[in-house]
Structure formats: C-alpha cells, structure tokens
Write a protein that binds this ligand. Sequence first.
Ligand code: WTA
Length: 651
Amino acid sequence: MPDKIDHLLEDVETFPPSAEFVAASPVPADLYERAEADRLGFWADQARELHWHTPFTETLDWSGAPIARWFGDGELNVAYNCVDRHVAAGNGDRIAIHWEGEPGDTRTITYADLLGEVKRAANMLESLGVTAGDVVAIYLPMIPETVIAMLACARIGAVHSVIFGGFSADSIRQRVEDASAKLVITSDGSIRKGKVLALKNTVDEALSKGAASVKHVLVVKRADNEVALQKGRDLWWHDEIAQVSDEHVAKPFPSEHPLFILYTSGTTGKPKGLLHTSGGYLTQTAYTHRVAFDLRPEEDVFWCSADVGWVTGHSYLVYGPLANGATQVMYEGTPDTPDLGRWFKIIQDYKVTIFYTAPTAIRSYMKAGRQIPAKYDLSSLRVLGSVGEPINPEAWLWYREVIGGGRTPIVDTWWQTETGAHMIAPIPSQVALKPGAAQRPIPGIVVEVVDDDGNRVDPGQMGLLTICEPWPSMARGIYGDPERFADTYWSRFPGVYFAGDGAGVDRDGELWLLGRVDDVMNVSGHRLSTTEIESSLVDHEFVAEAAVVGAKDETTGQAVVAFVVLKRSKSEEAAAVDTPQVLRRHVADDIGAFARPREVYLVDELPKTRSGKIMRRLLRDAADGKQIGDTATLTDASVMATIQAGMTSGA
Ligand code: WTA
C-alpha cells in the first residue's frame, strides 16, 4: 500500500468552501443530517426526483442479499428519464451534448434532437428483432451514436454491454459470448491521433472465431474507412435508421429490470460482467452527479473526460448528467491532438464549468508544465473532480491552483464499477477539503475501515475499506455467475461488502483511499488483473511461467511489469528476436494496447514460497527499485538477488 500514513496523523492544510460558493450552492444544507436521520427515507426521496410510471411503495428489500431490490414495486423507463421528461418540461432547446470530434468537426445536440434520435434508434433496434432482456454489445468510439445506442437499448429494455474501443478481438469475443449478445453495434473506425482504428475489422475477427449468438452487426459511419459488410448480417446504421418511424412510446419497466452489463478485471483471469439495474442505479448516479459536483443544470457545462467504455463514462457521461438534464461536452479524441493544449482549448471554447478527470491526466500535465494550460482562459471552471485512483496531494494542489485558478474545489470521488456511482466524496459546499483525501461517504452511504479481523480501526490507522449497508446503485451480481459475486465481495467479512481497497482514517475520522490490496492493478485509472496478463503471457509459445506486478509509476499511478521464465526448448528461437518486445506486443494484441507491460524481464526462476506461491510482493519491490522485503519464506533466497542483478544489467 502507498505510504499515506503521515497524513493520517499530521495537520494538513484544508480548503473550506468560499462564502459565495456556499451561498450559491443548490445542494440542501441539511443533506448529511437528513441521510443520517432516516437513511432509507432519504434514498426514497432521491428516487422520487425521477419520473416513475408506477410509483414505488417499497424502498429496499434485502432479503435476497447480497442481491438487493431497490424501489422494487416501482416502474420507470430509464431513457424517458434521461430525455423525454426534459423535453416535456419545456427544456427541449437545452443543449444535451456539445460533441467535438478529434479532427475538429462538431455537433450540437439539444434534448429535443436527442429524443428524436433515441426514438428512431429504438425503432431500429426493434426492427432488427431486439426485445426486452436481449443483450446488445456496443463497440464504438466516443461519438454521439454511442450515447444514442445506449439510451435506445434502455428505452426498449434491452441490456447493453459496452466494450471499450481499445479491447482486442479476443476480448470482444469473450464478452459477446459470455452474455450471448444478439446484436453488435460498431463503427467503420475510430479516430485517434489522426489515425483510423478499424473497429469493424476487429469485430469481424472476433465474430469469425465464435460468438454464434450474434444475428446482426450495425455499423456507424464515422471515419470514412472502407469496411466489408457480410451479407445478411451487417447493416449500416444510417441506412437502417432512415427506414424507421420517429414515433416511439417509452414503456415502463420494473425498477429491477437489467440496464447494462459492464466487464471489469478481477483477481482471476476471467473478466467479470457486473450487472446493473434501472431504478436504483439511475437514482444514485443522478443524485451523486448533482451533489458531488454542485450541479446547476440550467447554467453548468459539465465535462467528464472518461471514455464511455468504462463505468465512469456510463455513470457520469451518460446516465447521471442526462437524468439531471445537464449540458455536457463529449470529446472523441486524445488529449494531445494536435497538441497538449487540446483539453484546455475545449474548456475555453465551451466554457466548461465542471470538469471531471483522472489523476493520471493531471500528473501528465504537471510534467508537461503549467505554461500549457496558462495559454487558455479557464476562468469558467468552478468545480473540478478526480476519479479512478488515489490522487496524491501534490497533484491535487496543482489541479486546484493551475487548472482551477486557486478558486475551485477539488472533489475526489471514490467508487467502482461494482458500486455503480460515487460512494466516498466530499460535498464541496459543505466540507473543508483536504488535498489527497476523498474524506467522507456521500450522504446515504455507510462505510467502515476495518482490520483483518473485521474490527473497526482507530483514527490514525490503515485498514480495509468495507461498505456496511446496501446502496441503490450497487451491482446486482456478476452476469451468469451469482456465486462468484457472493464469494468475491461478501465472504471476507460476512454481510458487508469488501471493496478490495485499503484506506486510512485520519485523526479527524476522515478517509484516505490507498489503492488495491489484491491482485488488481490500476494503470492510468484502468483496472487490470495481474492474473489475466499472466495468462496471456503464458499463452505465448516461448513462455513457461510469468509473474506480473503493478510497479509504481509517476504518471500512470501503476505500470505493468512482467517477470518471465522462458521454456528451455524455445531458448534458441527466443534469443534470435527481441523477446521482451515480442511479449509486450503479444499482450497488447491479446488484451488491448492499454494492458501492454511497461517492462518484461527475462529471469531464470521466480521467487516462490515453499508451498509454491509466487511472491509478487518481492517482485514489486524489485520493480520499484526498493530494498527487497523479507525473503525468509522463499525456497531459495538467492533467487531475488539473481533477478535484481539481471534487472540492473538490463537483461
Ligand atoms: C480505484 C472506477 C482512490 C480503486 C470508478 C477502486 C480510486 C478502483 C478512486 C475501481 C479514488 C477509483 N481514490 N482509488 N478516488 N476511484 N479508485 O471499477 O482501487 O474502474 O477499487 O471504477 O479504482 O475501478 P473501476
């Protein structure tokens, strides 16, 4: 775990909200008290901010724990809540999405426009035989059609499974097969750094090896890239959508109707498809988006820089902001095209008021220098958010001073794919902010930091983060594998949710998140499993054994470092090529470029305990260039010395 213990005992400088910020805040001042006084009543009130076709009478049913039912007898339509009701309330002219493509092309989409598109897309999906409960895989870049496709699924009760555009063909096939997706929506290409990535070709490759459940592939034209359409299976989105009516009535679905599946890495090799449902998920994403960001939907321009392929994009680019009728920015490309000023230019051009990004991005800008943001007018910003990994106090302070002009609150938000929405984050109008800490559970959430035996730790100590009470946006299991959900999250401390993260409690009783305590790595805010990368390496014909660790990295938080033992029989072949390079490329092809190891070290042996367990802790120390920890339990203590000698000589 990172060494944050100092902050738990020291005085740190805090940043209380300014009087003007408090006075102008739309967030009720008694939020913490209300939630504390009547937790379930508080959540029911948040849920009533949505439009229910059939109002609920029951708030929580926990009798089927750990699968919760929230607002279980109510009925709603998620897409109606995100689009129709804003138009019905007279806000059809409000801009929902300011979209900007990487080459500089733009689209301005009002709520009325979005409604038309979503209705047509819903009709199109129905015309292709998609019905409620069917799974639709979405492998698209950051373009408006991605949001439209997700909302169209929600509108007809189909379940979307968005696959991040950086995933490989094998990863797509695995996900499509796991959920028996009927339809895949993709595009002719994705534009990154001025180049076209041929997404449709990757889908073709994925489907050529299996995935027999897929009846159709819908292809959005984005990159003017030539694609081959397979007769009977593949269709152009623009051709199909031109043929359907623009009338579509949103039918109500039960609160617990599935909304989406999203795969994430766990501690085993196989990604988990977390299942989220409708009423509770939408309640908590909308509520947290309002209170954590101090949202004023009529005035704010919100921008979440995350890709829609990750949970942050689902909750704070699609469902939260749209349920709140907010105006937001969606940007297709990379931050450094044509240069590192791109994001700041977007903030300036659209007068973004709330900006939500990851510490990795902030740290890379710190490295590049403040002269880059200094060229732009960032004075529209009033709230800044951080997500995905612990934010170090230095990055927090830099973010506030250089991007936020020394004025803006920085809201550090801790949550997970499994939790669906923010769980720990300070309410900026009500909390004096501490650089580097997420500080408090949001009102309505109950957490505890415990020791290995499940006892609450004292202020000034570190421990494991648990969530003690069910919450509305919690996952309703792992798709197709109910036991794995109970085992993974609910068995370490019976009856409470174990997040897999370490946390410290400072002497004021406030929380500092410290990162994962299991074999999950966090690279640039992307979750990666050590086991999954190890399996990929072992799949390569040269490799006998592999151990992967998350080493410290100044910019990306952690970086993938692999230690590999080659097969004797392949030593000649391996010596003839640049094997570390070959293996790095192999992992990138197998899983996706974002999983490519930063380094691959070839070693003769891996450090193991007498029972044969690889001691990753020692390898992590070696990768971090640290003094090697206790080697007493190793079968052969000289193994680590040999490995380290090899690393310094550049072997
Ligand atoms: C980490 C992303 C510290 C954490 C929303 C968690 C954080 C994992 C923070 C979930 C934060 C996320 N401070 N760590 N503010 N936010 N994490 O599922 O280790 O991609 O378990 O969800 O990211 O990653 P996931």
